[in-house]
Design a protein around this ligand. Structure first.
Ligand SMILES: Cc1cc2nc3c(=O)[nH]c(=O)nc-3n(C[C@H](O)[C@H](O)[C@H](O)COP(=O)(O)OP(=O)(O)OC[C@H]3O[C@@H](n4cnc5c(N)ncnc54)[C@H](O)[C@@H]3O)c2cc1C
Length: 398
């Protein structure tokens, strides 16, 4: 039976990520239709296995010449608990497919990123986040998960069951196994009032204090115009509407308001730095780009992210400001990204796992206090490296 999933490789059998920067020639691409099928697939193969969601990561996390497993057909909501305000969601579900069902149940996600096309397992695996000084990444909303291990067995973990594994698994880059299900903490459904406005670049100075006055606040610095565009989102009981100046102000259900449309392919580098240093770091990025990269048109995005306790989370035990530098996919970005990465290094910046960077294990270990713990759990769960690829071996140094 044709399950109707999209074909994620072209007619030459090549898989590419969203920006087109990463290509791979998997020997097989499989679309299991159930957790049981997934278990058999993983257990029976002698090849390396990488899971892919929507392929929105800029780094070669999903690249493999072995088996590429796409969970498009393991999607949908398994159960909703109105009491606990949680939903159990199959790993391949796209975030944009969750909103309406959750809303009908009177629930909504706590926070979301810029777009909602990612799979839930893919978003969680790299610590995808939105903005809000008291709000963690989507990984922090995971209450429990089911992971298909190299043996084909299913591991269930939560803060009560296998808590050490759970802490690490919530940002684990597909290195522990294939996540077939996550239970997500939700909140009562809410509406958001979105406002967007422009300010001179000095407006960035008070970003942290103003962030604390809004549930969500972010800004985009335009290098071409040297101005900042701020965007705030705050809960409201007002009815959904497009307000007079439609583009700059609107009210809607949270799942409708969070996502933007990002169709033009781009590459991106993002680092999380200590929140208290965020504005200073932004000023240095701005100076560097004005002095050395006048050609860049794409904006720098600045957001806040609350500290968490997940081993490889960029916000591990640190309230953070995240800064993202973008470049169009068809323009050179290596020099820009190298210069930006050098600035972030001075601030102890930790890279977003799904966005471009060139850090390797020896540098990363210094940035993540629980690095060795993560590696220990990984070798326990995947002793033969079934879920490794060349990129992960360099990244994790094992
Ligand atoms: C236009 C655009 C906007 C973005 N906006 C934001 C944003 O606002 N905030 C932010 O933080 N990031 C953002 N990102 C980055 C993006 O959210 C992450 O790269 C995310 O991981 C992509 O999800 P995906 O489903 O495409 O995962 P993929 O890129 O397909 O995979 C990412 C990782 O997850 C693993 N994985 C996928 N599925 C599974 C599974 N079932 N089990 C185990 N591992 C799995 C893969 O092996 C890989 O390691 C954006 C990227 C783009 C291109």
């Amino acid at each position: 039976m044709d399950s109707g999933h999209r074909n994620i490789v072209d007619r030459h059998g090549t898989w590419s990520n969203f920006s087109g920067r990463v290509h791979a020639q998997p020997s097989r691409v499989c679309y299991p239709r159930s957790e049981t099928e997934l278990q058999t697939l993983v257990r029976d193969t002698r090849e390396n296995v990488r899971a892919v969601g929507t392929g929105h990561s800029c780094t070669p996390l999903c690249a493999t010449d072995g088996l590429l497993v796409c969970l498009d057909d393991i999607a949908g909501i398994v159960a909703i608990s109105k009491d606990k305000q949680t939903a159990t969601i199959r790993g391949g579900s796209k975030i944009h497919d969750l909103g309406p069902t959750l809303r009908d149940a009177g629930l909504a996600t706590i926070n979301q990123g810029d777009v909602d096309v990612q799979s839930i397992a893919g978003a969680v695996s790299t610590g995808t986040h939105g903005t809000g000084p008291s709000l963690g990444s989507m990984s922090t909303a995971v209450r429990s998960m089911r992971i298909v291990l190299a043996s084909g067995d299913v591991l269930e973990c939560s803060s009560d069951v296998e808590p050490e594994i759970f802490k690490a698994a919530r940002v684990s880059l597909g290195a522990f196994g294939v996540i077939s299900e996550v239970e997500l903490q939700l909140v009562p459904a809410y509406r958001l009032h979105q406002r967007e406005w422009k300010e001179g670049v000095s407006g960035a100075r008070s970003f942290i204090s103003r962030s604390n006055q809004n549930r969500h606040l972010e800004f985009f610095w335009s290098p071409a115009r040297d101005v900042v565009y701020l965007k705030s989102l705050n809960p409201t009981d007002d009815e959904p509407s497009d307000l007079p100046d439609q583009k700059r102000e609107l009210i809607g259900h949270s799942a409708d308001v969070f996502p933007s449309i990002r169709e033009d392919p781009f590459n991106e580098l993002e680092f999380a730095v200590p929140a208290a240093k965020g504005v200073e770091c932004f000023q240095e990025i701005r100076k560097m780009m004005r002095e050395r990269h006048e050609e860049v048109f794409w904006p720098v995005e600045v957001r806040t992210l609350a500290a968490d306790d997940i081993d490889l989370s960029p916000a591990f035990e640190r309230d953070s400001v995240t800064l993202s530098v973008h470049q169009a996919a068809d323009l050179p970005s290596d020099k820009l990204f190298a210069d930006a990465q050098a600035v972030f290094a001075n601030y102890g910046g930790r890279p977003h796992w799904g966005k471009f960077h060139t850090l390797e294990a020896r540098e990363l270990r210094d940035l993540y206090p629980n690095w060795d713990n993560f590696l220990k759990i990984r070798s326990r769960l995947d002793p033969s490296g079934k879920f490794a690829n060349p990129y992960l071996r360099v990244l994790l140094g094992a």
